[in-house]
Design a protein around this ligand. Structure first.
Ligand SMILES: [Zn+2]
Length: 452
């Protein structure tokens, strides 16, 4: 698509977005060079007169400007200077009142459209070794605003303009929340592995690492994993995770792998195993959620995601687990926009929470608020909700990615992102694998991050 105009369906979707943010039915009218925001029954309007064609294109190779909120009497939620992806220099002032129309000379809604629909990454070839669009290819990373929820920041400024234009209306208030989730890649370190592998692991414990305790634990846990996961299993952190969440009044979501499309990268358990069924029942009984973690090779194969979703729902039905909503996250965060998007919707899912980058933490979609998905290729609004992922623990800790290690620096980085979510009253979405508690420090970092 070329030009800088929105299609009628994109305008409808943007109106829905404005309604979700501000609680009012604004109308958007597309004219040749401007987009006009109106409130039915009012003479006043807001005109966006600097529409940008880059926000209707799949590319990251254009410049980024910035805008100082206080210079024009506005209050920015995070930092006074807002990053403003734009091909052209921003005019000053950015917000101007003329007659009955207030002009905003920056394409805030174009930015929201481009970031939220992930149009930037459609059809891209600069992918990583897992065929993912990596953070380092993104405009946000290249212009150092990946750690800023810029769509939320700009919508807060737009809210302040709206209050100037229509002082009599109340805008919807949002409240900060935390959403914690756990991809169950490995529910057990030993329980589901063949004896040959256990033998090799035991040899490693004894000869390489010289830990007699682990040497003895391995066969003990392997034999003891029958109807339930063994209490001595290092990866069986589920009860502890639920304890921590409950202590902070949070609900954890656990996403299970229900297929095997890659012999190495997928899970070693079958979701029908009695110990997994038992785990699912326990999660449900304690009031936490269950969801799907589609296997490695499914992200371009909607029919497989559907099969795996059906398998999970069948097992849950057999265990008497009923949930009002279903969703989850792609294994390895593999995602091709918009194929994977439609796959989730076609699998009957209500939400997806894949969209963060594996290689850098932050705001891949420019927001930490849930929003309805939109396919920028077919120009189709969907009922599927996107819940952006802000932090995956290994993204911050592992040397392959940001590499801060299990350290104060890692904790500080995660807390900074959490703080920024709270400053825009969004949701801090944190993924921490049940199998990723390498030591006591790791556990205490996790607990510290969840503390209010
Ligand atoms: Zn995974």
């Amino acid at each position: 698509m070329t030009g800088h105009n929105f299609t009628p369906t994109a305008l409808c979707w943007l109106e829905a977005l404005l309604h979700a943010r501000f609680g009012h039915n604004f109308e958007l009218i597309q004219q040749a060079e401007t987009l006009i925001l109106m409130l039915p029954g009012s003479e006043q309007s807001i005109c966006f007169d600097q529409l940008q064609s880059v926000f209707h294109q799949s590319r990251s190779d254009f410049s980024c400007q910035s805008w100082k909120a206080t210079a024009e009497g506005f209050v920015a939620p995070i930092e006074d200077k807002l990053p403003a992806p734009s091909e052209t220099k921003l005019p000053h002032p950015l917000v101007e009142l003329k007659d009955n129309c207030t002009f905003i000379h920056y394409d805030i809604l174009g930015l929201a459209y481009w970031m939220l629909t992930r149009l930037e990454e459609v059809g891209r070839a600069d992918l990583d070794n897992h065929l993912r669009f990596p953070a380092i290819s993104s405009h946000a990373f290249q212009h150092e605003y990946l750690d800023r929820p810029i769509v939320d920041e700009w919508l807060i400024i737009l809210g302040q303009v709206i209050k100037r234009v229509w002082p009599q209306i109340e805008l919807k208030q949002h409240k900060f929340s935390i959403k914690i989730s756990h991809d169950v890649d490995s529910p057990s370190l030993y329980g589901f592995k063949p004896w040959l592998t256990i033998g090799r692991m035991m040899a490693g414990h004894l000869l390489k690492r010289r830990t007699l305790r682990a040497f003895l634990t391995a066969p003990y846990v392997k034999i003891g994993t029958r109807k339930q996961l063994h209490s001595a299993d290092p990866y069986n952190t589920f009860d502890w995770l639920m304890d921590v969440s409950e202590a902070s009044n949070l609900r954890s979501s656990f996403y299970f792998i229900c297929g095997r499309t890659d012999p190495i990268r997928d899970a070693d358990y079958e979701p029908e195993h009695p110990a997994i069924r038992n785990l699912m029942r326990s999660i449900h009984e304690r009031g936490h959620d269950i969801g799907l973690h589609p296997s490695y090779g499914t992200f371009q194969k909607p029919e497989l995601i559907k099969q795996e979703a059906e398998r999970l729902k069948r097992i849950c039905a057999e265990e008497g687990i009923k949930q009002a909503e279903w969703g989850g996250r792609m294994h390895y965060l593999r995602w091709e926009q918009p194929i994977t998007l439609h796959a989730w919707a076609d699998a009957g899912m209500h939400y997806d929470t894949t969209l963060g980058y594996a290689d850098r933490p932050g705001f891949r979609c420019g927001t930490c608020h849930e929003y309805p998905a939109f396919d920028p290729v077919k120009q189709k609004q969907m009922t599927l909700k996107i819940r952006p992922l802000v932090v995956m623990e290994c993204t911050v800790i592992d040397p392959a990615y940001l590499g801060l290690g299990i350290s104060q620096a890692a904790e500080k980085r995660m807390k900074l992102l959490k703080k920024r979510c709270s400053l825009v009253e969004g949701t801090f979405s944190l993924l921490w694998h049940n199998s990723y508690f390498k030591d006591a420090t790791c556990k205490s970092i996790y607990e510290n991050i969840l503390k209010r």
